[in-house]
Write a protein that binds this ligand. Structure first.
Ligand SMILES: Nc1ncnc2c1ncn2[C@@H]1O[C@H](COP(=O)(O)OP(=O)(O)OP(=O)(O)O)[C@@H](O)[C@H]1O
Length: 827
């Protein structure tokens, strides 16, 4: 049997199993068990650094994926949608492959939000959630949602043979609920009414499950299992960067970035690049793209000796192919376009964004290029790189910047990269194609495949790279580059690797926040550990970018010491480039801690999240003083106000609008720490919120002290204090935060540098003219170099006090889990 067929059959059987198990689950029972905190999970094993074999690996991850899937399903419980039942009548029902398939039409507007791979809860009778529960119900998976003229036809699959109580056996338990559903949808002669509601999409988690179950078929599975890599050979073995391009690399990139770029040309299957904040991760990826696309093979290591290659025209074509294949063990195949021997000149239809960059030109000397898939966990992280490629291009062998043929696939692309979004390119090509073609759909497929085959770089989210548009391509990818790789769970990172590439770059920073995992149980078993972090912990070599170009040295100092073994260096002139007029006041940075010792944390009714009204008050005074003295800070979103807690973020945003009469998003970025990873601002004000006396129930003999929740996570602290270029202003309760080792060090470091301010009420007095004058104790000379802004409107702050009761109750709040950055992709 052909390998491809075997792979396909294995994939089908893995998918079948995944859907059978999930579709057999009882939604209302899951919910009840979760509410009672009932342990229903099979024996879970913690994620390890190394695995002895594929079975060991799969038996660790499989139960964790199901645990996470369960939590994703239950997470929607609070949404309106669960009670927002829609109605349909089954039109047809068939059986196959152990499943039942039903088709039912429904109103077009009701079907709008329903897509392929959505999990629906269907029931025979109407029910009122939380009061009267249905008896005949089941999960179903949407196969397709076809729009007819004024209705939509949904086709869904159900598994009604019984319930899987354990996922690692084939035994199903007979289940009256499913049997009754089966008789209902199969009966003839009467109306088969259905009520249905969308629960969630299973696309992403199903792809992750498939990736885990098929890990054994990857060429570098041993490396994934136990971090053993092929480190033989010199770094740039076999490849040479053409001289003009090399000169560009040498003059543009620092030594750490160059090391990462050179490692890309080695024979290592995996290259791990750790990029602390502001160290030029994205820039390094652009450097890797330029070199990897334009390096030429120089010599090939045969078993016994290195063979010098003849260059260019000296070699017959067959020899050239052979040598390229040998020099690039990670190259999959020769580009089919090469056999056509293109004429020199532009053959592309790929548009650029209108800047002066030339589109790609295909010449006979550049026809052996690799194909690259660039992925990121979220759409926003992905589009950031697409935009950088569009704006700056990549450099060719003669050091000319040009815009390569790139395609961004998947949903929710940012409008600024529209010209290279797959749908847009298809539209253009369709317009040029023969309009008389009758079969529009097959024509569309061939246009899509042609664009994807021709592209040099394809950009996709991790999840979307598992969609079937990739499996149909005849040209696979030679190289996969994954940005923000430390922000993805390991199964998500494996999804693009199934494209059988031979070389993988993981670029990220495990010292910043990891992927969001919904299930606490899975999280406690290490499910949020990224492949990057695990390989690093297992001893796989990591190239660290150490020169940072963002933060004032006084901001860099603490995170460098605490999170990067004091290894961070500052880019040239960084101190003078990040000096600002407001530094003349010691309370405006570069790094300050304001001890709001009278503050108190509270939980708004019905919420698991925390707020601190006193901190809100103080933050607004602080902001108001800054923008009054330096009005230019009001424009261009140069200030971020961040907090670990969603409720505090909401309260800050509301208080801001009430106080200043301006919608905050126009002038300031108010967001959670998790939501601001990857962003850069001039000033960051960080409200820590937690402020308690350390006792849970005063007077009731409780012994266990109250903690500081997820503010204690050093990765969250790292992200919070590394967003700003010129000033990080931390607002918190020193006595409470100092219960954490990390925070003791932070408060002490502020104290040592005379940047710790104990602030008492009324907060207005802290910013009185007299008080400010006393803090205007440094760098008088600075004011001569940088003129402080003058004039400007003085924003009033009369009504700044905020009542805790005003904080909105948030039924959806998940306490210590902030979902702003979840980055789930659905298609
Ligand atoms: N070798 C270099 N020399 C000078 N400036 C550089 C160099 N590398 C990067 N930079 C600058 O550093 C800044 C950050 O670069 P880049 O956006 O690539 O970093 P990043 O690590 O992706 O950032 P983030 O931490 O936000 O993800 C940019 O302004 C970039 O121009």
């Amino acid at each position: 049997m052909a390998v491809v067929d075997k792979e396909r059959i294995q994939e089908e059987s893995v998918n079948r199993r995944f859907y059978q198990i999930i579709l057999s689950w009882d939604y209302f029972r899951l919910f009840k068990e979760a509410k009672m905190n009932k342990e229903t999970a099979p024996k879970l094993v913690k994620v390890k650094n190394k695995y002895k074999d594929v079975d060991d690996y799969i038996s660790t991850y499989e139960p964790l994926i199901f645990e996470e899937a369960k939590s994703q399903i239950l997470r929607r419980k609070n949404d309106d949608e669960v009670t927002n039942l829609k109605f349909g009548v089954v039109e047809s029902c068939s059986e196959g492959d152990g499943f039942h398939f039903i088709e039912f039409p429904c109103k077009i507007n009701e079907a709008e939000s329903i897509s392929t791979n959505d999990l629906l809860l269907i029931s025979k009778d109407k029910y009122v959630d939380g009061e009267r529960l249905p008896t005949v119900y089941a999960f179903s998976l949407v196969e397709h949602n076809r729009k007819l003229s004024d209705t939509a036809l949904i086709r869904a699959r159900l598994f009604l043979a019984g319930e899987f109580l354990r996922f690692n056996t084939d035994n199903v338990q007979p289940c009256p609920r499913l049997l009754n559903m089966r008789s209902h949808i199969c009966k003839t002669g009467t109306e088969r009414n259905l009520y249905f509601t969308k629960i969630c999409s299973l696309s992403t988690i199903a792809r992750e499950y498939l990736a885990i179950r098929t890990v054994g078929s990857l060429a570098y599975k041993d490396l994934i299992l136990n971090a053993i890599g092929d480190n033989s050979g010199t770094e740039a073995e076999g490849w040479k960067i053409p001289k003009p391009l090399k000169e560009f690399v040498d003059s543009t990139f620092n030594q750490y970035q160059r090391e990462a770029i050179t490692a890309g040309l080695s024979s290592k299957a995996f290259v791990l690049i750790q990029g602390p904040p502001g160290t030029g991760k994205t820039q390094t990826i652009l450097g890797i793209l330029s070199t990897i696309l334009h390096a030429t093979p120089t010599r090939v290591n045969s078993k016994s000796r290195a063979i010098e290659l003849k260059q260019g025209s000296q070699l017959p074509m067959e020899e050239k192919y052979k040598h390229w294949g040998l020099a690039s063990p990670w190259m999959n195949s020769i580009n089919p376009r090469d056999s056509l021997m293109p004429k020199d000149g532009d053959d592309g239809f790929f548009p650029t964004t209108g800047n002066e960059l030339k589109p790609e030109t295909v010449t006979s000397s550049r026809k052996y290029r690799v194909r690259v898939l660039v992925c990121a966990p979220s759409n926003s992280a992905l589009d950031e790189i697409v935009l950088r490629v569009l704006n700056g291009g990549v450099h060719d062998e003669n050091d000319r910047a040009y815009c390569p043929k790139i395609v961004r696939v998947g949903l929710k692309a940012h409008h600024s990269i529209k010209p290279v979004v797959l749908d847009e390119l298809m539209k253009q090509k369709r317009d040029c194609a023969n309009k008389s073609s009758t079969d529009k759909q097959s024509n569309d497929f061939s246009i899509r495949d042609a664009i994807l085959e021709e592209a040099t770089i394809v950009f996709s989210t991790l999840s979307f790279s598992g969609s079937n548009i990739f499996s149909k391509l005849s040209r696979r990818f030679d190289v996969v580059i994954i940005d923000e790789a430390a922000q993805a769970v390991e199964p998500a990172t494996l999804v693009p690797l199934a494209n059988q590439c031979k070389k993988v770059f993981l670029v990220g920073d495990p010292a910043q926040l990891p992927a969001t995992v919904i299930s606490d149980v899975a999280k406690n078993h290490g499910y949020s550990t990224s492949l990057f972090e695990r390989l690093k912990l297992a001893g796989y070599p990591v190239i660290m970018l150490k020169t940072q170009y963002r933060m004032h040295p006084k901001i860099r100092s603490f995170p460098s010491k605490e999170f990067y073994e004091d290894s961070l260096e500052d880019g040239e002139d960084l101190e003078s480039r990040t000096e600002r007029a407001w530094h003349r006041y010691s309370c405006f940075g570069p790094f300050c801690f304001f001890d709001i010792h009278e503050g108190k944390e509270t939980k708004p009714p019905g919420s698991n999240s925390w707020i601190n009204v006193e901190e809100v008050d103080f933050v607004l005074f602080l902001y108001q003083k800054l923008v009054t003295l330096y009005p230019t800070l009001k424009s261009g979103n140069q200030v971020a106000i961040i907090s670990p807690y969603k409720q505090q973020v909401k309260l800050l945003a509301r208080a801001f609008e009430e106080t200043f009469g301006v919608s905050p998003e126009k002038v300031v970025d108010i967001c959670t720490v998790d939501g601001c990873q990857g962003r850069e601002k001039d000033i960051a004000i960080f409200s820590c919120v937690r402020a308690n006396d350390g006792e849970v129930n005063k007077g009731k003999g409780e012994t266990k002290g109250k903690g500081i929740g997820f503010v204690d996570d050093k990765r969250r602290l790292n992200v919070g204090i590394t967003r700003a270029k010129s000033a990080v202003l931390v607002v918190g309760s020193a006595s409470t935060l100092k219960r954490s080792e990390q925070w003791v060090k932070l408060v002490e470091s502020a104290d040592k540098s005379h940047s710790l301010f104990k602030v008492s009420k009324p907060y207005s007095s802290f910013f009185s003219d007299e008080s400010l004058k006393s803090m205007q104790d440094r760098k008088e000379e600075l004011s001569q170099v940088i003129r402080p802004d003058s004039g400007g409107t003085d924003w009033t702050i009369e009504n700044v006090a905020v009542d805790a009761d005003q904080a909105p109750a948030d039924d959806n709040d998940d306490g210590d889990v902030d979902m702003d950055n979840a980055g789930f992709d659905e298609d």
